[in-house]
Design a protein around this ligand. Structure first.
Ligand code: GDP
Ligand code: MG
Length: 440
């Protein structure tokens, strides 16, 4: 999606005049890119009109380059607005039981997401319990029980019980008596949105009276997102949403549908099958990543979380200025390797992820990053700070010192160059987008 939009915007650069015809062409291309990312057809039309109105007003008295920025920032702004819900998510309160009921179709990722959710709050020090109220799917009990064991979370369920309402009630009561703070009820799904499912959901809801219902939706179902979210919200008032499987394709458009159909905020997104593949949701970062514009805010946040404090300040400053030395790259890589969320960091940098960390080949990528680190360990301070360029003789020396081949060192330097170039663009874009928004 990002690439298509960039292409469309590049066309604008080539045009010497922007008239209605050129604008329409660009808007058609952007619209088709958005549809390709599963943004609901209604919003695409709305967005198109909004951008057209704003840009038409400026068309005669602004330079081409400014119009390009204006289109870009308007698209970002409009999509971000669509992703923001007026309703706030339920806030967990300390010292009382908070009951969360997970709902969603079978296969949407409920059980996996329950576990990720539990893990997230356990790490923050909450007492969390998991209740398996899925009596429909064979193996549901074992699945959640095993997940719970992996994250060391207390679990309640009965292998033989067939009444989901009874189990849900017993489980919630059990954890309440034990003074648990977050009680998560995993419910069953069906392949389709059918009456039996919605009735079961309503009965479980009536029995356990949850503080909030969390709707889990699979982003890979495409345009069907809107109707599905609408149906669930009608059957049970959805309090917040988690969108899963956003790691596979960059087709995040379904998220917009979920927000608008349920009038509820997205709180997390699922980006993988592991229990720490759960990211807090931020509308503007999400849209920027969807559009491939890079996410300086998210990147800075990740640096803050992943990098030791003494090194943090300088790197955040550098990134914001649009600077990124080999030393920054080394610090980032080594911290990130320790923490694990390499994919998350890299996915914030468009153009880099597919190259450096191909999906499904994280192991190889980790090995490669480790080799990169060896090479950077063989560099001098001046080389790391990019005050001495790594000319051929130096490349040979680094290769010898790190037990790697000169081609590999050259490859690292190329990657760094790309990295640095993108950070430089972010730096600029960061400034531009702020000024653009002010001008609107
Ligand atoms: P449920 O039927 O709604 O409980 O769904 P499950 O939790 O059993 O998940 C169905 C499948 O989707 C499993 O294979 C999960 O590993 C997978 N899954 C869930 N969330 C994600 C995600 O965010 N990314 C990816 N790639 N797979 C996911
Ligand atoms: Mg399940």
């Amino acid at each position: 999606l990002g690439q298509k939009i960039t292409q469309a915007l590049r066309k604008l650069n080539q045009a010497t005049v922007i008239d209605e015809k050129v604008l329409n062409e660009i808007l058609t291309e952007i619209a088709s890119a958005l549809l390709g990312a599963d943004v609901n057809i209604k919003y695409v039309a709305k967005l198109r009109d909004a951008v057209k109105t704003i840009v038409t007003l400026q068309m005669n008295n602004a330079a081409v380059a400014n119009i390009r920025k204006l289109i870009q920032s308007t698209v970002v702004q409009e999509l971000t607005n669509m992703l923001q819900s007026e309703n706030k998510p339920y806030e967990f309160k300390k010292g009382k039981p908070n009951v969360v009921m997970f709902v969603g179709l079978q296969g949407s990722g409920k059980t996996t997401t329950c576990t990720k959710f539990a893990y997230h709050y356990m790490r923050k020090g909450w007492r969390v319990g998991l209740v398996c109220a899925d009596t429909f799917r064979a193996g549901a009990f074992e699945q959640l029980k095993m997940n719970a064991a992996k994250i060391k979370c207390p679990f309640f369920g009965h292998k033989k019980e067939t009444d989901p309402v009874k189990i849900a009630q017993e489980g919630v009561n059990f954890f309440k008596e034990q003074k648990f703070e977050i009680i998560i009820v995993d419910t069953s799904g069906r392949h389709k949105q059918e009456t039996a499912l919605f009735e079961e959901m309503q009965q479980v809801q009536a029995a356990v009276n949850p503080d909030t219902a969390l709707f889990v939706m699979d982003s890979s179902i495409g345009q069907a997102c809107y109707d599905q979210a609408l149906a669930f919200n009608k059957a049970i008032k959805v309090g917040s949403v988690i969108i899963t499987k956003l790691d596979g394709h960059a087709r995040g458009g379904g998220a917009l549908s979920a927000v608008s159909a349920t009038q509820s905020p997205i709180i997390f997104i699922g980006t993988g099958e592991h229990f720490d593949d759960l990211e807090s949701f931020n509308a503007s970062s999400f849209i920027k990543r969807l559009l491939g514009l890079g996410d300086i805010g998210g990147l800075v946040q990740t640096v803050k979380e992943a990098i030791p404090e003494d090194k943090q300040k300088k790197m955040v400053e550098n990134i914001q200025k649009g600077e990124f030395s080999l030393r920054d790259m080394r610090d980032q890589f080594s911290s990130v390797l320790n923490m694990g969320p390499l994919n998350q960091v890299v996915s914030m940098i468009p153009g880099l992820s597919s190259n450096l960390i191909p999906k499904g080949r994280e192991k190889e990528s980790t090995a490669r990053i480790k080799r990169f680190l060896c090479m950077m360990d063989s560099m001098t301070d001046e080389e790391l700070d990019c005050t001495k360029p790594l000319v051929e003789l130096r490349i040979l020396r680094v290769a010898r010192g790190s037990g790697t081949r000169p081609e590999e060192v050259a490859f690292l330097l190329e990657e760094h160059k790309k990295f640095a170039k993108m950070v430089a663009q972010f730096g600029k874009m960061n400034l531009n987008s702020q000024t653009d928004l002010k001008n609107l």
